[in-house]
Design a protein around this ligand. Structure first.
Ligand code: LRH
Ligand code: MN
Length: 430
């Protein structure tokens, strides 16, 4: 029987921290009350919040320069599900995971769905992969996939995406995420207009196979692995495609897929306005698509994104139903610790955005009172909502301090015993 963290250990660890939490929670409650905000309202919303874990994130990632796997690496999707379930057990904010095909391919998807159910984890959007060639694959994606000049290659890529939909249906997913690496490294290598025709032709064939209640998430990215042009390089191109495809096509925002100077929260505001915001791949970055832990480099940017999301929810923006997922690569940390921290940082940004006195801020904006409008926004960001997040976890049976409880459990060492290192095993990215 593979090791699971006993609930009794979580209870023990929580018992040691309960009175401090009670004190801090009460103090924050009084502070928020003085600001006209009700802590219980924020805690209830924080507790109901959920972000999906990427299955490819629970194994050590890597870069083109190297990969340094840790102990107890997941060997297959069943190990990955266990680790996703452990993140949910301790944080109570990650009830689903986002699978990636073929990295999570198995012979029996019903067995996988049952195992996930037994572990208390569901499946969010399923991700296709036509940015790598698989062993035995007939046609290569070296020069593109859904926008390759050869119709045969495009058809092969379309067939893969349709297979992902069929797998997702067995797992309970309700959306397909399509990110393609297609692009060029030399001016003149491809016709920048024709490749978009082929993209629409391919996506139209995939779109036609979406079940009635499914959505397709189009993921844009400025560059990498293509370094001159990328077919779906920005939100505008993605939105053009979504409009051309139909009402089930939406635009997914991976925070790391923009030039460092781009105002990502404004991109989010525009996609909300268009009613086409698919949701997010949360991570953080300083230079390129660094896939660092969410909130680790620029937590204020993450907060500004959630400020747009809370505003949209409060004004009941039409068609506003974003999916929230993490998409990170963990090269120097225990992926489980990174994913727990990141899920909590996303929940933190949401809770801080809920601590903004919006009516007062609107009044200041209407008066062009710049400092007051900015000060009221910052007041949300500067609110230490840690007691709210811990209380939300405690109320849902999670750990007041997930990382400390995880370390106290010795989970990683147990998995190192259970999961002998398999040469060449990879969580997916490298
Ligand atoms: C591309 C991307 C995409 C995934 C991959 C693992 O950079 O963000 O979402 O398929 O990372
Ligand atoms: Mn992504």
């Amino acid at each position: 029987m593979s090791y699971r963290i006993p609930e009794s250990l979580i209870a023990e660890e929580n018992a040691r921290r309960a009175s401090a939490l009670e004190d801090e929670y009460a103090a924050l409650g009084r502070q928020l009350k003085r600001r006209g905000l009700d802590i219980e309202t924020i805690t209830a919303k924080a507790a109901a919040y959920a972000v999906a874990v990427p299955t490819w994130g629970v194994g050590t990632g890597g870069t083109r320069f190297g990969r340094f796997p840790g102990a107890g690496e997941p060997r297959n999707v069943f190990d990955k599900l266990e680790d996703c379930a452990t993140i949910q057990q301790l944080t109570r904010v990650t009830p689903t995971c986002s699978p990636h095909i073929p990295w999570d391919k198995v012979g029996d998807y019903r067995e996988l769905a049952e195992r996930a159910k037994a572990l208390g984890v569901g499946f969010d959007a399923i991700n296709s992969n036509t940015f790598q060639d698989q062993p035995g694959q007939k046609l290569s994606y070296k020069f593109g996939s859904l926008t390759h000049a050869s119709k045969a290659v495009r058809d092969q890529a379309v067939a893969h995406n349709i297979e992902c939909i069929e797998i997702g249906e067995k797992l309970g997913s309700k959306a397909l995420t399509v990110w393609i690496a297609d692009g060029s490294n030399f001016p003149g290598q491809s016709n920048l207009d024709r490749v978009f025709d082929w993209y629409l032709e391919s996506l139209t064939a995939i779109y036609a196979r979406l079940p009635g209640d499914w959505r397709v998430f189009l993921e844009h990215k400025l560059f990498e692995p293509a370094f001159y042009s990328t077919v779906i390089s920005d939100w505008g191109t993605s939105l053009m495609a979504a409009h051309a495809l139909g009402p089930k096509a939406f635009c997914l925002v991976d925070l790391g897929h923009h030039a460092p100077t781009v105002n990502v929260e404004q991109v989010v505001a525009r996609l909300i306005r268009a009613g086409r915001l698919a949701g997010f791949h949360f991570n953080d970055s300083k230079y390129g698509d660094d896939d660092l832990d969410a909130g680790s480099i620029d937590p204020f940017r993450l907060f500004r994104v959630f400020n747009e999301l809370v505003d949209a929810a409060e004004r009941k923006a039409p068609g506003f139903d974003p999916a929230y997922m993490l998409d990170q690569s963990h090269n120097v940390t225990d992926p489980i610790e990174s994913l727990m921290m990141s899920a909590i940082e996303v929940q933190r940004a949401y809770s801080q955005a809920l601590a903004v006195d919006r009516p007062a801020q609107k009044a200041a904006q209407d008066d062009s009172d710049v400092i007051e409008a900015h000060r009221l926004l910052k007041a949300g960001f500067l609110t230490d909502v840690s007691p709210i997040l811990a209380e939300a976890r405690r109320r849902r049976g999670g750990a007041i301090d997930p990382v400390a409880t995880y370390r106290a459990s010795g989970y990683r060492a147990r998995k190192a015993e259970e999961r002998p290192a398999v040469a060449g095993s990879s969580s997916g990215i490298v």
